[in-house]
Each structure stands twice: as structure tokens, then as C-alpha cells.
Design a protein around this ligand. Structure first.
Ligand SMILES: Nc1ncnc2c1ncn2[C@@H]1O[C@H](COP(=O)(O)OP(=O)(O)O)[C@@H](O)[C@H]1O
Ligand SMILES: [Mg+2]
Length: 370
């Protein structure tokens, strides 16, 4: 997959710019708060469907402007694509692929694929469970549309269910029927989500283990433990089996849920523990080792994307090189050699080891090829 160009109009601090990308290396540099991450955020919208900075559409619209438009042109080995996102002052955003409107986000996501690597990813080992979940959710969603639509639906059902549980004390009438309906949805959707995550984690960590073994010249190994709210109920398996485990667990926890007023069982509680040479990485791995694991997980994400879709995605590296020591930096660059990369940094010296490609300097939302 190769991104050829991207046009930004009224996105964040960018009034208008048309980027042309090199098939390999693209470097965006400039001082802080000038508009480097903004470019990565805009491009990643096409891959992840939402801002990786958790911004709402209104936050991404340039201050004082009425509309925002971003479009990208890219090619796969099979064909060329034009995709556009229009953020409008009122109502929903408009998604377009080759001129045709796309209604559902889960149909839009997956055509353009990218691996995003930013500084917050470096602390994956220490992060909150929700960060670890979104780390893998963003990756899986790009090659499994059903997964993304299930996640979106799961989020809605969970919100309804939590609202119902909160209101239990005030209005117990009619509670049981609604509780049963929503619990069944949590079990069915959760059974599927957990099955997919289970398989993905297995695949990711086989790559991560191999990469870490390579980085440490065979000295270290990496494993994981997938921790779910049905872990104690039985073996995780296909979606139907998992759904049955969720049903059992939910019925056992029903009384407790009513007391605490929130959903205690489901895929929203999933997490995974990362292990370095059989010990919990959060506690025993050094900061450098934890960063190596994060890096390996990102490289693994690229490998799986290629296994699924036949070619590498675009790699978007926002400000991570300066966070890595020399050995790790060179390792990432060597692993990404020959793939298409868009990389940002404040420090031009970060790129001293990179030959060729395009270099873009940014100052106050104005970009210049140098
Ligand atoms: N909606 C917006 N409209 C105009 N400017 C914005 C908007 N959102 C953020 N900015 C500006 O964008 C700049 C930050 O851009 P960013 O790409 O994150 O910087 P960096 O170069 O450090 O990565 C800041 O100057 C900020 O004020
Ligand atoms: Mg930045």
C-alpha cells in the first residue's frame, strides 16, 4: 500500500496544503506545536476512523472555519483509491470512497491501512487496561469490519446497560426484562470480541517473541496472558463458547451488578499481561525493555496487516524516534527499511541516519518541501 498524496483544508492549524509523498521515507520536522502531529492525525483518520488523540470532529475543524476536508490518494497492488472525509458544522461527517458516499464507519475503515506509533504507545506495558485494549482494537478493526461494527455496538449496549443498572434502585419495575435483553447482547457481542482478541494476541505475541529474541540476540523471550472476566469460567474458544461463558458469569454476578450499579462482566474488562522471560514485564522489565516490547508490538501489527491483506500498511511514526536510544532507533529504521513511512520529529538530527526520501519543514501550519 502506498499513499501518494493528501490534501488538508481547514484541519487544525492547516488552512490548506497538498502533500505529495515519497514511496519510502517522508520526514516532517519543525518546532513544537507547529503542525507535525496534525498531519499524522489527519491521515490516521482514514485508517482508524477516529482521532488517535480522542478529539471530537469539532475539535479538528480549524478555529473559526465552517468546514474541514481531508482527502487521500493511495494505491494497493490492485487499484487506486481516493478517499475523503468532510467535517460539517452541523450533522454527521461525510465519508467518501472514490466519489461514493460510505454510510457506515466500519465499511470505510480498512481500505486505507496504517500502523500508528506515537509516544503514548511506548508505555503500553504500564498503561491502563483501556489503552492496551485500544492498542489492539485499532489494529484488528482495520482488517475485520465485523469487529469494528461489533465494538461500536458493544459500546452502545454497555452504555444502555450501565444506565439501566444505575437506575435500578429508583425504578425496579421493568428492570428484569431489559436487563435480560441487554445481558444477552453483551454475551453475544462479547463472545465474538473476546474470540477475535484471543486469536489476535496469539498472533501478535508470536511475532513479538521472535522480534525481541532477535533484538536481544536470543537472550529474552516475551509471552502474555489474556485476562478476561470469563477467565475462570472455562477455556476461551470460539464466539459461541465464549458467549456461553459470559452468560454463566453474568447470571452469577447479577445481584452484585445491581448493588454496584454498573456492568462487571464483559469484553470492556479485558486486559492482557505482558511477560518478559516469564516474569510480569510491568514489574520486572526495565524501561528500555518495556519500550522494546512496545516497538515489537507495532512491528508485529504491520506483519499481521500484511498477512491479512497481502501488503504492508503505511507506517506513521509520530515523535517516537527521539524517545528511543540509538540501538532501538536503528532497529526500527532497519525493520522499516523499504516500507512507506511518514515520520515526525522536532529534532532534525533524528534523521541523520536516513538517506533519501522527502523532507518537509513546518512552521505554524505552513509546510515547505526542503
Ligand atoms: N482546531 C484547531 N484550529 C486551529 N489550530 C489548532 C486547532 N487544534 C490545534 N491547533 C493548533 O495546532 C498546533 C499543534 O499542532 P501539532 O501538530 O499537535 O503540533 P506538533 O508540531 O508539536 O506536533 C497548536 O499550535 C494548536 O494551537
Ligand atoms: Mg506532535
Amino acid at each position: 500500500m502506498e499513499i501518494k498524496s493528501a490534501s488538508f483544508e481547514n484541519f487544525r492549524n492547516i488552512t490548506r496544503f497538498d502533500f505529495e509523498f515519497d514511496p519510502r521515507m517522508n520526514i516532517i520536522f519543525g518546532k513544537n506545536a507547529q503542525g507535525k502531529t496534525n498531519v499524522i492525525e489527519g491521515i490516521y483518520l482514514f485508517a482508524g476512523g477516529k482521532s488517535f488523540r480522542h478529539a471530537k470532529d469539532a475539535d479538528m475543524k480549524k478555529f473559526g472555519e465552517e468546514y474541514t476536508k481531508i482527502s487521500v490518494n493511495f494505491s494497493t497492488s490492485e487499484r487506486n483509491y481516493d478517499m475523503a472525509i468532510n467535517l460539517r458544522p452541523l450533522g454527521r461527517r461525510e465519508l467518501l470512497r472514490n466519489g461514493a458516499k460510505v454510510k457506515k464507519l466500519s465499511d470505510f475503515v480498512g481500505t486505507f491501512r496504517a500502523v500508528l506509533f506515537c509516544p503514548s504507545h511506548l508505555s503500553i506495558v504500564q498503561a491502563e487496561p483501556s489503552t492496551r485494549r485500544s492498542f489492539i482494537d485499532g489494529a484488528i478493526s482495520q482488517f475485520k469490519p465485523r469487529y469494528l461494527s461489533s465494538l461500536i455496538e458493544y459500546g452502545k449496549v454497555l452504555e444502555q446497560r450501565n444506565a439501566l443498572l444505575r437506575s435500578y434502585e429508583d425504578k425496579p419495575e421493568g428492570f428484569d426484562l431489559m436487563y435480560e435483553v441487554l445481558s444477552e447482547k453483551i454475551a453475544v457481542l462479547g463472545g465474538y470480541i473476546t474470540a477475535v482478541r484471543n486469536e489476535y494476541l496469539f498472533r501478535v505475541f508470536s511475532h513479538v517473541d521472535a522480534l525481541i529474541s532477535d533484538m536481544s540476540h536470543g537472550g529474552e523471550s516475551v509471552g502474555y496472558e489474556y485476562v478476561t472476566s470469563i477467565s475462570g469460567e472455562g477455556e476461551l474458544s470460539d464466539e459461541k463458547t465464549n458467549a456461553e461463558l459470559y452468560r454463566k458469569k453474568i447470571s452469577r454476578m447479577a445481584e452484585k451488578e445491581k448493588i454496584v450499579g454498573t456492568s462487571l462482566v464483559g469484553a470492556h474488562r479485558d486486559d492482557f499481561l505482558i511477560k518478559l522471560s516469564d516474569k510480569e514485564a510491568k514489574i520486572f522489565a526495565s524501561q528500555g525493555q518495556q519500550r522494546s516490547i512496545a516497538l515489537a508490538m507495532k512491528l508485529a501489527e504491520g506483519e499481521i496487516s500484511r498477512e491479512e491483506c497481502g501488503e504492508y500498511p503505511v507506517f506513521l511514526l509520530d515523535d517516537v524516534l527521539s524517545e528511543l536510544d540509538r540501538d532501538r532507533k536503528n532497529y526500527v529504521l532497519s525493520q522499516l527499511f523499504g516500507r512507506q513511512v511518514i515520520i515526525t520529529s522536532c529534532d532534525e538530527n533524528d534523521f541523520s541516519d536516513i538517506d533519501g526520501g522527502k523532507k518537509i519543514f513546518v512552521d505554524g501550519g505552513v509546510y515547505k518541501y526542503v
